[in-house]
Design a protein. Structure first.
Lengths: 253, 540
């Protein structure tokens, strides 16, 4: 037994240590080598993304690949025959296995974004007009006031898009949801909302006192949410408005 | 010796009790008030109980009977070794024993006392441990699916394994989470998984052996008119449509009903133009043959992950003065549908919460998706969000009020298409939604018109994920996201009773009557709470 075979066996043993439960753990260095193997011997028929061509099947959707561990399925399938001209070494098969598993894992996790999303597609001037017009954004916000330098503070455009669509209030920040509770025949109590459900409302009054008041048909609860306008805008924005506003905001550096 | 004799007596008692512990088909067809013998309580999916000992007049006196906190132990479960709480399963209750699950675990619990009788642990090979919906029971066998793609038969007396059958291929990224349903001599099982582009299917298995009786793929026969809703056979046969929702059954029509999940690739649908049948459909099958009888598609060509797996609820009603056999679904996409369950013809289609993704209805009563609201590289603002207006939590229908009850989320998010997957053959997801704002409501829908009879705003809850239960006591049970378990007047929507649990309710509640007392049991996180009527005596 040469040392390469020994290391292969060790690698298989280590992969198997994870048990049959685990998918093959991709060794990125081996996958890089496997990519070269793939490019040299496989790409013409199975395609640049391993998703197949007219000449060879999709390897991402291949049960052989999905069930493979360290080349034990890919190796026999890749053996020399009329459609497979190359003779791959055991080490190349293992590398190829890592590469193909890497491709599979990449597809299986592509619900997660990779790289920058190109979301700035709108018209900045139209966005400015919406900001000052139909959107009434200028009622509360100013490009030279609170929004000055917003694009520098939130440099990733998609994060800026998310922020203006779905803003949140910082806990303990200057703006909070406030509430006034008026039980029948009693004085109103106002303060910062701590908790609200169908049955109780809890607040912290200006003196810092925590109070919970049981809700009922005769208890009036008035909520003042600084973000209410943003929530209402979700019904108003067209997608073009959304893109234009972002194009405008990214100019506020 | 005395101790031994006592032990023997206990054992005899136990055997006599356990000897009752079987379920026959008659019990499934006509559930008794002391039981909740299948996932939805009965085959209709209404989650309506005929019990009325607890009612609008005495619910305020309902009190806590017991709490069972599940202890899965350590080092046993799959999914990285930690147990996959919360409890999302609906318990099945037969012969005074309640059976409840999380992925890889089944507990048998005394329905009167909360005493644990047995706990069965499955040594997992993997799979997504997102949920388990619960068990099915027939004879002395408890059937449960596992995340690593097994249907496992357990002995009802001690939880020991009788047999296991692989129902899907873990290596292809399938997993299993569905509550099986017993229909005659079939165990109906569904499958899950949408990481890769694999086809969904439904299976019938032999209750004794677990052997496969039939498998129905959620794609059309190649060459059929429905196959033309895909660009090619390759896309169709890798087009998703999982079967992870609740199943319902009409014994008279001998039809099995269920919804199917999202098409694949999930978000990037640009290379699967067409309606993509039979994804996101309500399906009627012959349960003996697995042959398709009819279909209706709530979300043609979906690109938002809006699985139509919500329970298709069966009830008999009256439309324009005529008695009709009906089926209704409050779908994840925000739309409510009432169909004739003999043929799938549409009767009512309405929004039960405002949405922004359609361009009207087609001739069949199906929403027409607005292409502009498909995921875009620069984002599309869509309502509802991916979680949907409704999701897996079970709806309820009360024949006493004629109202269909569902949680309703009004939710917004932005759907992005990822350019790196915008190639000639998108696979997997190729995008996702992000962010959002939402508000949650509980709604009662008049099935005849689709109009909202009442709506309870869940103040303080952005999203609610509890199942519902209605009863002949004119009660509706539900949970909010502030950990309240609430009983409503089912007719008016007035909240009558509530209790704050240690965490929000996470499953569908059940009810049963034992020793002249009506129990209501609900799961929250890692615990089961049993509430009980404090007054005995005749039901009203």
């Amino acid at each position: 037994m040469n040392s390469l075979s020994l290391s292969l066996l060790l690698a298989i043993f280590l992969a198997a240590q994870a048990g049959p439960t685990e998918r093959q753990r991709v060794d990125n260095a081996a996958a890089d080598r496997g990519r070269l193997v793939y490019t040299q011997y496989c790409i013409n028929c199975h395609g640049s993304t391993a998703k197949g061509t007219d000449r060879g099947p999709d390897l991402i959707r291949s049960a052989i690949v999905l069930r493979d561990r360290m080349g034990n399925g890919i190796g026999p399938a890749a053996q020399k025959r009329p459609t497979h001209q190359a003779t791959l070494t055991d080490a190349q098969v293992v590398d190829l296995s890592h590469f193909l598993h890497q491709r599979v894992e990449s597809i299986a996790s592509n619900r997660n974004p990779r790289g920058t999303l190109n979301v700035v597609t709108g018209n900045a001037e139209a966005g400015r007009a919406y900001f000052n017009g139909a959107g009434k954004c200028s009622t509360c916000h100013s490009p030279t006031g609170d929004l000055a330098g917003i694009a520098a503070r939130i440099p990733v455009a998609v994060n800026l898009q998310q922020r203006f669509l779905f803003p949140t209030l910082a806990r303990g920040g200057p703006k909070q949801v406030e509430v006034t509770v008026t039980p029948a025949g009693a004085k109103p109590v106002s303060g910062v909302l701590v908790r609200l459900d169908s049955f109780n409302v809890s607040l912290r009054d200006p003196s810092g006192e925590y109070q919970t008041i049981r809700r009922g048909p005769n208890v009036k609860v008035e909520i003042r949410d600084p973000l209410a306008t943003h929530h209402a805008l979700l019904d108003q924005y067209g997608d073009a408005d959304m893109h234009n506003i972002l194009a405008y905001l990214v100019t506020l550096k | 010796m005395k101790r031994l004799r006592n032990a023997s007596l206990l054992m005899l008692l136990a055997i006599s009790l356990y000897g009752q512990g079987t379920v026959d088909l008659a019990k499934l067809l006509r559930p008794t008030p002391d039981s909740w013998p299948m996932h939805n309580g009965d085959y209709s999916g209404r989650r309506f109980s005929t019990l009325s000992r607890l009612n609008t007049g005495n619910i305020s006196a309902m009190t806590l009977a017991w709490v069972h906190r599940a202890n899965p132990g350590t080092g046993q479960a799959g999914g990285g070794g930690s147990a996959a709480f919360p409890i999302k399963s609906t318990p099945v209750v037969v012969n005074g024993i309640l059976y409840v699950t999380i992925p890889d675990h089944v507990w048998a619990i005394d329905a009167r006392t909360g005493q644990e009788i047995w706990h069965s642990t499955w040594r997992s090979r993997g799979g997504w441990h997102i949920s388990n919906r619960g068990v099915a029971i027939l004879g002395d066998t408890v059937y449960v699916e596992t995340p690593d793609c097994n249907l496992v038969a357990l002995n009802i007396r001690d939880g020991r394994e009788k047999w296991r059958r692989e129902i899907c291929d873990l290596e292809q990224f399938y997993y299993a989470s569905t509550a099986p349903l017993i229909v005659k001599n079939h165990v109906i099982v569904g499958v899950s998984g949408d990481d890769l582009d694999i086809p969904g299917y439904l299976e019938a298995r032999d209750p004794q052996s677990g052997d496969l009786q039939w498998r129905w793929y959620t794609y059309p026969e190649p060459g059929s008119p429905e196959a033309k809703t895909w660009p090619n056979e390759e896309a169709m046969k890798h087009g998703g449509g999982m079967t992870w929702g609740a199943f319902t059954y009409d014994p008279e029509l001998n039809l099995l009903y269920f919804g199917t999940g999202n098409p694949q690739p999930v978000i990037n649908g640009r290379k699967r133009q067409g309606d993509n049948l039979f994804t996101e459909c309500i399906i009627a099958l012959n349960p003996d043959t697995g042959k398709l009888v009819w279909y209706f598609q709530p979300s043609p060509h979906d690109t938002h992950d809006w699985d139509a797996n919500q329970t298709p609820v069966l009830f008999d009603g009256e439309i324009n003065g005529q008695p009709r056999k009906l089926i209704a679904q409050a779908s994840r996409n925000g739309w409510f549908f009432v169909l004739d369950r003999t043929n799938g013809k549409n009767i009512v289609t309405t929004e039960y919460v405002k949405t922004n993704w359609t361009k009207g209805l087609d001739a069949k009563g199906q929403p027409i998706p607005d292409p502009a609201k498909e995921p875009q590289v620069d984002g599309a603002l869509v309502s509802p969000n991916q979680g949907g207006s409704a999701n897996w939590p079970n709806p309820s229908f009360s024949p006493a009020t004629g109202l269909f009850y569902t949680h309703a989320m009004r939710a917004f998010s932005v759907y992005y298409l990822y350019e790196n997957e915008d190639d000639e053959k998108p696979q997997g997801w190729g995008g996702n939604d992000r962010g959002g704002w939402s508000e949650a409501m509980l709604k009662a829908i008049d099935y005849k018109t689709g109009k909202i009879r009442w709506s309870h705003p869940w103040d303080g809850s952005a999203s609610t994920r509890s199942g519902l239960l209605s009863t002949a006591g004119n009660l509706l049970f539900a949970g909010d996201a502030s950990a309240n378990f609430v009983a409503f007047n089912a007719t008016t929507g007035a909240p009558l009773w509530h209790a704050r649990l240690h965490t929000s309710m996470t499953n569908g509640p059940v009810t049963y009557e034992l020793d002249g007392m009506q129990y209501v049991v609900v799961g929250a996180g890692d615990s089961m709470y049993a509430f009980v009527s404090t007054t005995s005596g005749a039901s009203r």
